[in-house]
Write a protein of this length. Structure first.
Length: 489
RNA sequence: CGGGGCGUAGCGCAGCCCGGUAGCGCACCUGCUUUGGGAGCAGGGGGUCCCAGGUUCAAAUCCUGGUGCCCCGACCA
């Protein structure tokens, strides 16, 4: 099958969809806005899941599971929270179906109406804090460090595979602390976990920072985030970590007794990343030939292709190589398909983004060599069969590093300091706008005005921004710090 | 929620204007020849033409009403 991918330069959105479909990651389902994550796409999610889960446990968290349904009344207990989510909730109103009297099929049984409607969780703060009330009585119960891997539903108007689907998979951490200081520390700790994961595993450079009031999570005191830049110059919010203050503790009356026997509200955090990360992974590294995966998240790191097809002589050498690679913890697949020719296989594995390809034929065996191809640069070279596992292991490290450096240099190159609103507008309208570093007067009015004119929003106020006197790019009022603007997904 | 598009074989599409009982490419099956960058030839299997109603001797095609999905915008991870 000739699988043509729309070039990025022709239509970036179409390119993205082509990659998702042709690399067999996911497809649209019969349900509006919901995707089927196919085995290869899910394998990537499992890699993400496994590594993050390890990192959560290393930082003292445990997993638990809370219900999919939230009583409607819970959602309305925190005023800002309900405001933020009310417009995108799926609501369960009945619990039974029946055959329709006219025999035309099944209908909702009107007598099965629920006393109180159930909301399918758009996020779990409310059900979890309602539960925590019973779990937390004393300072000895704190901190409570719980994570949940779950699906959530947000009835978005417009969806895009992985980037925004009606139902998506994610993890949500929900922690409770005795002091504000501890909770803030936790919020930042998890933000750092996300940043470390994004950079070291996804090879996706991120900017850490804090959201403005407009972009803050509904119900949070502060929202911290990691922001990445995609190849088309749009930003992707890749993870968020919220300091919730005592908002949910107050809404759900979660108090604890301090050492000196005082009743106090607990301090909270929540933090999450979702299957959206896979979208970020695609749009950070992939090219017109298909998916490009960083070795640390590739379900298959190395594929071996027999030239022209499997044979006893080739198989014997391949199995030895595989054994040695596996001993080094490298995942390797031998393409023993008899039907397709090498050229087809090359294209197929490139489409799937497998980092390293080895090709072995009679001609190589005679010279004790093997052909090695790397997906990131498309370079090919021949290597000695002796010590090939070391060659491959090193190459995987090189590819991981190269992908990160390449993405980082792109990000840096596409981050522009701008000091006039004319320059700002011109940049936003350019082909690949990127991050715009500009002074802002700190008001929501300005932020909203800029958004209305340019569609760019403040992605974050970066942590590592040095103080610098200047004037707001829009209002001309004084400012002592630049913030990052971008169009975003 | 506004604007646009599309529902015909597993996938991508043509046929519809001008009604006559469904076709092309890929995929799939069989055989032979091939095989170091997406193979060639020959043969073969597979379709309630989104649903319902209407017009007609006859509907994928015309009419009416549904419905689903996708894309583009405003809202969001």
């Amino acid at each position: 099958m000739a699988k043509e991918i729309t070039p990025r330069s022709t239509d970036y959105a179409q390119w993205y969809q082509d990659i998702v479909k042709k690399a067999n990651l996911a497809e649209n389902s019969a349900v509006r806005g919901c995707m089927v994550i196919k085995p290869y796409g899910f394998a990537i999610w499992e890699k993400i899941h496994d590594q993050l889960d390890r990192m959560f446990k290393e930082t003292g968290h445990v997993n638990a599971y809370f219900p999919l349904f939230i009583p409607k009344s819970f959602l309305s207990k925190e005023a800002q929270h309900v405001d933020g989510f009310a417009k995108e909730c799926a609501v369960v109103t009945h619990h039974r179906l029946m055959n329709s009297p006219d025999g035309s099929g099944v209908i909702v049984d009107p007598t099965s109406k629920l006393e109180e409607e159930l909301i399918i969780r758009p996020t779990s703060e409310t059900i979890i804090w309602n539960t925590y009330r019973d779990w937390i009585k004393s300072y000895r119960d704190l901190p409570l460090l719980i994570n949940q891997w779950a699906n959530v539903v947000r009835w978005e108007m417009r969806t895009r595979l992985f980037l925004r689907t009606t139902e998506f998979l994610w993890q949500e951490g929900h922690t409770a602390h005795a002091t504000k200081g501890e909770a803030v520390e936790e919020t930042l700790r998890m933000l750092n976990v996300y940043a470390e994961f994004a950079e070291n595993y996804m090879a996706m450079p991120v900017i850490k920072g804090v959201k403005t009031a407009n972009e803050r999570f509904a119900g949070a005191v502060d929202t911290y985030c990691i922001e990445a830049l995609m190849q088309d110059g749009k930003a992707l919010q890749a993870g968020t970590s919220h300091f919730l203050g005592q908002n949910f503790a107050k809404a759900f009356d979660v108090k604890f007794l301090t050492e000196d026997n005082n009743q106090e509200f607990v301090w909270a955090t929540s933090w999450g990343v979702s299957t959206r990360l896979i979208g970020g992974l695609i749009m950070t590294h992939s090219d017109d030939e298909g998916l490009v995966l960083p070795p640390n998240l590739a379900p298959i790191q190395v594929v071996i292709i027999p030239i022209p097809k499997p044979s006893p002589e080739i198989d014997e050498v391949v199995h030895k190589i595989m054994k040695n690679l596996k001993a080094k913890g490298i995942t390797v697949q031998y393409d023993q398909d008899m039907k397709n020719r090498p050229g087809f296989k090359f294209a197929e594995h490139e489409m799937k983004g497998i980092p390293v390809r080895l090709a072995l034929g009679q001609r190589d065996l005679e010279k004790n060599e093997i052909e090695v191809a790397r997906r990131d640069t498309k370079e090919k070279f021949t290597a000695s069969l002796d010590g090939i596992e070391e060659t491959v292991a090193q190459l995987l490290l090189d590819i991981q590093e190269n992908l990160f450096q390449r993405a980082k240099s792109f990000r840096n190159q596409k981050t522009t300091k701008v000091d006039t609103f004319d320059d700002f507008k011109a940049l936003v309208d350019s082909d690949i706008p990127g991050f715009i570093s500009a002074h802002w007067d700190g008001t929501s009015e300005t932020e909203i005005a800029i958004k209305e004119i340019t569609k760019a929003t403040i992605r974050c106020i970066p942590f590592d921004q040095e103080e610098e006197e200047g004037t707001c790019v829009y209002s001309g009022k004084p400012s002592n710090k630049r913030v990052l603007f971008a169009k975003s997904y």
